[in-house]
Design a protein around this ligand. Structure first.
Ligand code: UDP
Ligand code: MG
Length: 337
């Protein structure tokens, strides 16, 4: 089951809608967005579980009859799209959005968020690692006034030790750099229509939704759930892509690495001033000034390394500026079903 925790709800405490005299809130129209990249192996099971959850919520009168599921096919090369088409033919609540090519998980999520109708939209991965039942808790937190509800994993014992420790270090680093991020939350979340509309104002191509959504600042809550292993198929985030995503998270939100370079540069300059003073002193005040190999080559390596590192970090940001100034569309839709 799930626990609900309210994050910034104090902000709206004065206008709290929770009062005995009030009538129950009207049902909401729910959209569920599922990005899919080569997910033919899990898709039938995911569709079955999500569709039965949807039917149950409809039966309980929590969501409207026109609530639906939107599978976003992110340029899959397997049978994912034909499966989605079949699903949408067999069940009027299931729909498909086919992107013209592989645009990446974040852009696929965005395409879904911007095209799925609904008062609230939940995004969830296709592989059933995130427990769909937590959507019940998300809806209840939304009824209590949260515009954004984050799905948070209760424990990471299904992850490898490597993934668990790197993820923890990474969340700490982001927090230290001033990025407001919810720990142990991936992209499993509910957003209200107002939050999605606000998200449209963020036009960046270097998308890191986990950093942007908390920045919207609307009342939010978290729902914790147990994360399972991937139901079938393999991870679409190999180490290389995970690293790229991690760098994206830092450089899209924080200029701290650039500042760190400045500090490092100042420190090295100070040290080299001291070095120069020391060399001069040896040269002028003593007679043991041997033409030293170490003192010549070491600084060359050290300063050379520092400069390359600094250039690399600056290059990372310049590349960002380059991508952002192009203002390319973040995804293109080929077809819908
Ligand atoms: N995904 C996507 N486009 C991509 C890579 C992944 O839409 O280029 C989807 C994928 O189908 C899945 C979700 O993003 O629904 C998360 O991917 P995955 O489960 O492979 O990542 P992991 O859980 O291993 O980090
Ligand atoms: Mg997964």
């Amino acid at each position: 089951m799930f626990d609900v925790t309210y994050r910034q709800m104090q902000a709206c405490a004065g206008t709290s809608t929770v009062s005995k005299a009030q009538p129950p809130r009207p049902m909401v129209r729910l959209g569920i967005v599922i990005p899919c990249y080569n997910e033919e192996e899990v898709l039938p099971e995911t569709a079955r579980r999500i569709a039965s959850l949807l039917a149950d919520l409809q039966q309980r009168g929590e969501i409207t009859e026109d609530s639906g599921v939107y599978f976003v096919d992110d340029g899959s090369r397997d049978r994912t799209w034909s499966l989605i088409e079949e699903l949408s033919r067999s069940n009027p609540s299931l729909h498909g959005i086919k992107l013209s090519r592989n645009c990446g998980h974040q852009n696929a999520l965005l395409a879904g968020l911007f095209h799925a109708p609904g008062d609230v939209v939940v995004t969830i991965d296709a592989d059933l690692q995130d427990d769909p039942q937590a959507i019940r808790g998300m809806l209840s937190a939304h009824r209590d006034g949260a515009d954004v509800v984050y799905g948070v994993r209760r424990s990471r014992d299904k992850d490898t030790l490597f993934k668990r420790s790197t993820a923890q270090a990474y969340y700490r680093l982001l927090t230290a750099f001033g990025v407001d991020i919810v720990s142990d939350h991936a992209d499993y979340r509910l957003m209200s229509r107002r939050a999605i509309d606000a998200l449209r104002g963020f036009g960046e191509s270097n998308l890191f939704l986990r950093g942007i959504v908390p920045r919207l600042g609307f009342p939010s809550a978290t729902v914790s759930y147990d994360r399972a292993e991937r139901f079938a198929g393999e991870s679409k985030y190999p180490l290389r892509r995970m690293l790229a995503f991690a760098i994206q998270g830092v450089t899209s939100f924080s200029a701290a690495p650039l500042r760190a370079i400045t500090l490092m540069g100042m420190l090295v300059s100070l040290l080299s001033f001291a070095g120069v003073a020391w060399v001069l002193w040896i040269r002028l005040a003593s007679s043991d000034a041997l033409p030293g190999w170490a003192s010549t080559t070491l600084p060359i390596f050290f300063i050379g390394g520092m400069q390359l590192l600094a250039l690399g970090v600056i290059g990372e940001y310049v590349a960002k500026i380059y991508m952002e100034t192009k203002q390319r569309p973040r995804y293109l839709i080929d077809r819908m079903s």
